[in-house]
Design a protein around this ligand. Structure first.
Ligand SMILES: [Cu+2]
Length: 215
């Protein structure tokens, strides 16, 4: 009986030793896991700060005054200086967009008063040939506007000094955080018809169109 108890207690203490080794091994593994986690932490922090930095995009557009093969006299907005915009422009959401627009149209017209002001840009300003501007005379100065009523965005484009010397307008605006579709329109009636609202003013990609804000 006594021997049996002694044998049992030796077995029990051996089991306790194995248990301790097992704990030590587990502790080792846990330390390693913790080490990996702390090594991963800095890269997580880095990627977070990258995504919160404001995204910026620079675009170069033109207003072509000479038309194209389809309509030889219609002015139009262009990304390549040759063809009108696509019917739908795509812009990234939640982004500061700086657009440089070279306007080659040397004829100023009349716009309704609200469209003679720069609105919806950073600081409600734009530059024209390097000069900061916030508003213009409504009559005789502005050749076209790039206007997005749904974003309260209005970028007036003063007439060029001559057909070969464009007015260079630079403006920055922030796109909405949410995806959505907006309409853009020129508000200097530069089209056909008695009121000037026909032709290019009513043709998608020329003096009007859609903007898709995408995430
Ligand atoms: Cu126009």
């Amino acid at each position: 009986m006594t021997r049996n108890v002694g044998t049992f207690s030796r077995i029990a203490s051996a089991a306790a030793v194995f248990a301790l080794i097992g704990l030590a091994a587990a502790g080792c593994g846990q330390q390693q896991a913790a080490g990996n986690a702390s090594a991963a932490a800095p890269s997580t922090t880095t990627s977070t700060s990258t995504t919160t930095a404001p995204a910026t995009v620079n675009l170069s557009w033109e207003v072509v005054n000479g038309g194209n093969a389809q309509h030889s006299t219609w002015p139009f907005f262009s990304q390549d200086g040759k063809n009108p915009f696509p019917a739908t422009l795509t812009l990234p959401a939640n982004t500061l967009v700086t657009v440089t627009i070279k306007n080659y149209d040397d004829g100023g017209g009349q716009v309704p008063a609200p469209y003679a002001k720069v609105t919806g840009t950073v600081g409600n300003t734009e530059t024209v040939n390097g000069q900061q501007e916030t508003s213009f005379k409504a009559d005789g100065v502005i050749a076209h506007t790039f206007t997005v009523p749904g974003l309260n965005l209005n970028i007036p484009l003063p007439a060029a000094a001559s057909a070969s010397s464009p007015a260079v307008v630079v403006a920055t605006f922030k796109t909405p955080a949410k995806a959505g579709t907006y309409t853009w329109q020129c508000y200097q009636p530069c089209g056909t018809g008695s009121a000037g609202w026909g032709g290019t003013m009513a043709t998608a990609g020329w003096m009007t169109g859609s903007i898709q804000i995408s995430n």
